[in-house]
Design a protein around this ligand. Structure first.
Ligand SMILES: NC(=O)c1ccc[n+]([C@@H]2O[C@H](COP(=O)([O-])OP(=O)(O)OC[C@H]3O[C@@H](n4cnc5c(N)ncnc54)[C@H](OP(=O)(O)O)[C@@H]3O)[C@@H](O)[C@H]2O)c1
Length: 396
């Protein structure tokens, strides 16, 4: 059967890799809808190539410019152009959509992903923020609607694969691997001087801005602990993190009998994307083969994360242990702090301090609705901006 796809975040790093996978498997997928922010040139090219029925842009002001670009390029197919949150929800819930790739920035794809789950669509989740901020609501609705949520994050995809050889009840612990980012060997005294340009140079992965900075602070791994807790229904204390700079083992499971299963592959997001898209099948792709050459790898090394230099990792664990609104506040504060760092308004070393402050204030009672989630997100962003303003005054 040809699967109808919706890609939320089609112009981003994951979105573009997803379309490369689809290009290599033309008989398996039809792109029904695309959603993006403001990169209209890329979006227009994608529409020309994949001929979706509907395209969603982030705001009304982009509808006519996109239509203009499509006309200029001689696009003759009927296409609806919609905008905003409503537009993304429509893109993700069209009857022809079987599978939604959730890869939008931050929480911009949250409501669309939630509605897709409620509509019983299969969801490939790259966007970890969805489960970080609303894990309980999303997993409850997925269970109710019988919607399958498949991880695209490479670590969680690795765990999903390892779990095919044992049950969740047989798991002793998960071992999420981390490359360690660009500052693995940088002493803490140099953290104040780290520039956005240095932090954006990830040694292994090419990704969007926020996740690249989150990888440099290890917040990304903190968010992944939260994501894994919801995806695999384990306790945070069952999830360990190990630094593995070669990024060949994408994560492991230690089962109760102490046998460990690991998933290995080259560090390329097309592998977890294709795994999710074609699950439960494994298929060859006509595109460039992504073969792991053990003779080139030669060595796999491991070390414990340094939680003193990288406190964000444990802030993630603390947030999910406290539960309720705390992970949502953590995520909002992190996004605001990362933006301030990229705009040279906050030093790298102060990112964890902004997050710490945000989670101090967050209530640990559960959310009852998406409105509660959005309200907590707004309030936490406001508080984080206040904290940053106080820091800015003390640095000037
Ligand atoms: N990149 C990776 O290797 C990787 C790995 C694992 C997990 N993830 C997760 O996947 C998600 C996406 O990551 P990414 O690296 O692909 O990010 P990215 O390159 O920054 O792409 C983000 C996408 O979201 C769109 N977007 C931004 N603001 C929007 C808005 N207001 N409304 C609608 N769409 C909007 C962007 O559109 P425009 O570009 O058109 O503005 C773009 O298509 C994140 O949650 C990340 O943590 C990524």
């Amino acid at each position: 059967m040809v699967k109808g796809l919706c890609i939320l975040g089609s112009t981003g790093s994951i979105g573009q890799n997803c379309l490369r996978v689809v290009r290599g498997l033309p008989d398996r997928f039809r792109v029904v809808s695309l959603s993006a922010g403001r990169k209209l040139d890329i979006l227009a090219d994608q529409a020309l190539e994949f001929k979706p029925k509907l395209v969603a842009v982030s705001a009304d002001e982009f509808v006519e410019p996109l239509r203009g670009l499509l006309e200029q390029r001689g696009y003759r197919e009927p296409v609806r152009i919609v905008s905003g949150s409503e537009g993304r929800i429509e893109a993700a819930t069209l009857p022809e959509v079987d599978f939604v790739v959730s890869a939008s920035h931050g929480i911009t794809g949250l409501l669309a992903t939630y509605e897709a789950v409620r509509a019983g669509k299969k969801v490939g989740l790259a966007n970890k923020e969805t489960l970080v901020v609303a894990g309980e609501l999303v997993t409850r609705e997925a269970e109710r609607a019988g919607a399958e949520v498949l991880p695209i994050d490479s670590e969680h995809c690795a765990i999903h694969q390892c779990l095919r050889s044992g049950s969740r009840a047989e798991v002793r612990r998960l071992i999420l691997t981390a490359s360690g980012g660009p500052f693995l060997k940088t002493p803490a005294r140099k953290f104040d001087a780290i520039t956005p340009e240095e932090a954006l140079r990830h040694p292994v992965w090419k990704m969007g801005g926020r996740i690249t900075i989150d990888s440099a602070t290890l917040m990304n791994k903190g968010l992944e602990i939260i994501e894994a807790t919801w995806l695999f229904r384990l306790k945070p204390s069952q999830i360990d993190v190990l630094i593995h700079p070669e990024s060949i083992i994408h994560s492991m499971i230690e089962f109760k009998d102490r046998c460990v299963l690991a998933q290995l592959a080259v560090a390329d997001m097309r592998i977890p994307i294709q795994y999710a898209l074609t699950y439960p099948e494994r298929v060859a792709n006509d595109g460039e083969p992504l073969t792991l050459d053990f003779l080139k790898v030669r060595r796999l090394t491991f070390r414990n994360p340094d939680v003193k230099r990288f406190p964000c990792l444990e802030l993630g664990r603390e947030a999910i242990e406290k539960g309720g609104a705390v992970p949502c506040a953590l995520n909002a504060a992190d996004e605001v702090a990362v933006k301030a760092f990229l705009e040279h308004r906050l030093p790298f070393s102060a990112i964890p301090r902004v997050i710490e402050k945000a989670i101090e204030h967050a209530p640990s009672n559960p959310f009852h609705s998406m409105d509660d989630v959005l309200e907590c997100d707004r309030e936490s962003r406001r508080r984080a901006e206040e904290t940053i303003a106080v820091f800015a005054r003390s640095f000037n």
